[in-house]
Write a protein that binds this ligand. Structure first.
Ligand SMILES: Cc1cc2nc3c(=O)[nH]c(=O)nc-3n(C[C@H](O)[C@H](O)[C@H](O)COP(=O)(O)OP(=O)(O)OC[C@H]3O[C@@H](n4cnc5c(N)ncnc54)[C@H](O)[C@@H]3O)c2cc1C
Length: 340
């Protein structure tokens, strides 16, 4: 049996066997005069050449695919160009070499940039929506992350809250323009995913203080997988069982502040990071536990079910109506899960 050392020596001797009759200068000259039998491929030239061969009208095809007017399809091209040229929003192949920390930092900077675009596009939300549709293609994790705030957090407030509540959180508190409030969507629990009706987090009404106490009764009720919770969100829409005067009224939605103005966790809130994921490291999915967290009565989203000062609960004539409003969130969840 040969020793490792002898094999190594063998290898060295193999290299040693390269003829030594040529000087370094001679070798240099030889290699510089070698003519390759083919031209080195230049992908950008090739693709440009192929595009020139196209037999159909590219602008018309673009318009057809966009499905709108020529004007609209050109607007989409302009938005795309803006994304490509924006040093913060653009992506390149090195993107895939970043670690979790860098992805999180870059995504946060990109969200700040998108907040500037919302301001610029306002009051025309359609342009911003078109921008987001393109972002979701160019940078899916950024699309999902902003989608959690606008599509899950704000949509849940819109779907389950009164007009006044939506106006308060979206406009007065600035969530719509990603100012001051950045939200997440705390529906899923460790022991309850698809079965939303069996969620176990509780929101117990306190008649004297006119507040709710939000509690995670045991580890299985820990909010789990919550996008944006680990680092960025300072508020959440929390799905919890409404308990008043000892009666359980089923799962309703509550806006719960998670972090203060310094971005420190508020008393009673425990949050952790779920960690790295394949392909979506820019999204900070986390877990949340609530230990007797108090929120004002008005933070229960009351479009369908309402509660008065004395803890009297008024459910809609059809309980399904209230669950219907939760569907939007679930559907958006499914779509964003497909993406992220
Ligand atoms: C990347 C990612 C991001 C997420 N972000 C969020 C977030 O921001 N906020 C949030 O609240 N949640 C989030 N979730 C959680 C997500 O909502 C749940 O994963 C989802 O609801 C499914 O729950 P589960 O994982 O517990 O699976 P389960 O409900 O345990 O389901 C496991 C399997 O059983 C099947 N199954 C379940 N019930 C039935 C039934 N009755 N009949 C037949 N088959 C059934 C399911 O189809 C599935 O294949 C995220 C998940 C992922 C993967």
């Amino acid at each position: 049996m040969e020793s490792i050392e002898s094999l190594l020596v063998d290898k060295t001797s193999h290299f040693d066997s390269i003829p030594k009759q040529y000087s370094f200068e001679q070798l240099q000259e030889m290699t510089s005069t070698v003519i390759l039998p083919y031209e080195e491929p230049a992908p950008s030239d090739l693709i440009w050449y192929e595009r020139l061969q196209t037999k159909f009208d590219i602008n018309k095809m673009h318009q057809f695919l966009e499905g709108g007017s020529l004007h609209d399809s050109l607007e989409t091209l302009k938005l795309m160009q803006q994304i490509e040229r924006d040093p913060l929003l653009t992506t390149n192949s090195s993107y895939y070499e970043y670690g979790v920390e860098s992805h999180r930092e870059i995504t946060a900077a990109k969200i700040a940039r998108l907040a500037q675009y919302i301001e610029q596009d306002a009051p025309d939300f359609q342009t911003f929506q078109n921008r987001l549709n393109l972002i979701a293609i160019v940078d899916p994790q950024l699309g999902t992350r902003i989608g959690v705030h606008l599509g899950l957090f704000l949509s849940a407030i819109k779907g389950n809250g009164t007009k006044e509540q939506f106006n308060y959180w979206a406009v007065e508190r600035g969530a719509f323009k990603i100012k001051d409030i950045y939200g997440c969507f705390a529906m899923t629990e460790l022991a309850h995913g698809s079965n939303v009706a069996r969620l176990e987090t509780t929101a117990t009404y306190n008649i004297e203080k006119k507040t709710f106490t939000i509690t995670t009764p045991h580890i299985g009720a820990t909010k789990w997988w919550i996008g944006g919770a680990a680092h960025s969100a300072n508020h959440t829409v929390c799905f919890a069982r409404l308990i008043s005067k000892g009666h359980d009224y089923g799962v309703k939605t509550f806006v719960v502040p998670l972090r203060d103005a310094n971005h420190d966790l508020l008393p009673g809130i425990a949050i952790g990071d779920i960690g790295a994921k394949m392909g979506r490291d820019g999204i900070d999915n986390g877990w949340i536990q609530f230990s007797n967290v108090e929120i004002p009565r008005e933070y229960m989203l009351s479009k369908f079910t309402s509660i008065d000062d004395d803890g009297e609960v008024v459910d809609p004539p059809l309980a399904q109506l209230a669950y219907g409003a939760l569907l939007g969130g679930r559907v958006t969840m499914t779509i964003s899960e497909e993406e992220g």
